[in-house]
Design a protein around this ligand. Structure first.
Ligand SMILES: C[S@@+](CC[C@H](N)C(=O)[O-])C[C@H]1O[C@@H](n2cnc3c(N)ncnc32)[C@H](O)[C@@H]1O
Length: 322
């Protein structure tokens, strides 16, 4: 077991820590927190997105479920921003929920055995089986299907953070499969059964594909999408993940978009300054310039030949039920 203090992340992203001197997080080999995640990965952007959401009129968000809890850092942020009446956290890895629970209780004075559930399950099955409905569902799920059952994938360190069993792709539309959105789609299908009226979903999705495909997925599932926040995310576990995207490029004859991290971050920030909406910024021609944006095979080449840090756009998307 390893312990990491993530107080600086909370300070940097403006999440109140109510006088806590440390936010210590316990980790084992299955709880996702790779090197670089706290600085350039998903978590800083997720926390900024959640902070933005807390500034909107969301006083009705009291019962919350986080799917794919990992070590529980965004649950700590959620508890500080929304003071939930009930927080349910799920993860497919059997060892992860107990560690998340310990981290959440240790760092949140408002979370205890009465209002916190951390449980092993696939997606939202725990809510469906127990007929539980909530006001907000949050996910940051993996994108790469693997031809292996879940009980094999969980054996390899934190591989459930990037990979899921291709058994879960059954019955999904072609455009979802070829965009590598399969698990997000399955989440949205289940979400409809688990939300109270007026409830929302928050999805963290890598924008390696054109946003119109992500938007189409939300609309077809009867959710109206709104991008809460977007920034460049460092591609972690880059070698394995890029290989997954290279395989998908060959299989589906399409391209997934990656960037040189620092250059891409600068270009995205410029595009956001000069565009009316985040959606418009993502369409900015400067981001399609082939000297900073490249497909998975070129990104893999640059990663090894040029020692280049590879990034992709990361979107924190709110979906309102239509
Ligand atoms: C990218 S990690 C994110 C972890 C955490 N939310 C964070 O941001 O630090 C994805 C998490 O989802 C979990 N996961 C993967 N597939 C899942 C599924 N089908 N149902 C529930 N959890 C899943 C993984 O075990 C992993 O902890």
């Amino acid at each position: 077991m390893k312990i990491v203090d993530v107080k600086e992340l909370f300070n940097r992203t403006g999440i109140p820590i109510n006088g806590k001197r440390t936010i210590e997080i316990k980790l084992n080999e299955h709880t996702y927190l790779p090197e670089g995640e706290l600085e350039k990965g998903w978590l800083p952007q997720v926390l900024k997105g959640l902070k933005k959401l807390s500034n909107q009129d969301n006083s009705h968000i009291k019962d919350i479920c986080i799917v794919g809890i990992g070590p529980g850092i965004e649950a700590i942020a959620v508890s500080k921003l929304f003071s939930p009446h009930r927080l349910i956290c799920t993860d497919i890895h059997p060892e992860v929920p107990a560690i998340a629970r310990e981290n959440i209780i240790k760092n949140c004075d408002n979370m205890d055995n009465q209002n916190l559930v951390c449980t092993e399950c696939n997606l939202l099955c725990y809510l469906i089986e127990n007929n539980i409905k909530v006001d907000m569902l949050y996910e940051n799920l993996p994108n790469i299907p693997m031809d292996a059952p879940s009980n094999e994938i969980i054996k390899v360190n934190s591989s459930t953070a990037s990979f899921y069993s291709s058994d879960m792709l059954n019955g999904i539309p072609d455009f979802i499969e070829s965009s590598m959105l399969g698990l997000h789609y399955q989440f949205l299908i289940q979400a409809k059964k688990c939300l109270k009226p007026g409830g929302i979903v928050i999805c963290s999705i890598g924008g390696r594909i054109p946003y119109n495909k992500i938007k189409k997925m939300f609309l077809e599932m009867n959710f109206k999408p709104e991008i809460l926040h977007c920034d460049m995310i460092l591609q972690l576990a880059a070698a394995e993940v890029l290989q997954g995207y290279i395989t998908a490029q060959k299989k589906y004859k399409n391209k997934f978009l990656f960037y040189e991290y620092e250059e891409g971050k600068k270009m995205l920030s410029k595009a956001m300054e000069t565009s009316k909406t985040i959606e418009d910024a993502l369409e900015d021609e400067s981001l399609k310039n082939s000297t900073i944006g490249f497909d998975a095979a070129n990104a893999y080449f640059k990663l090894f030949s040029g020692n280049t840090e590879i990034g992709h756009t990361g979107l924190i998307i709110k979906g309102n039920m239509i």
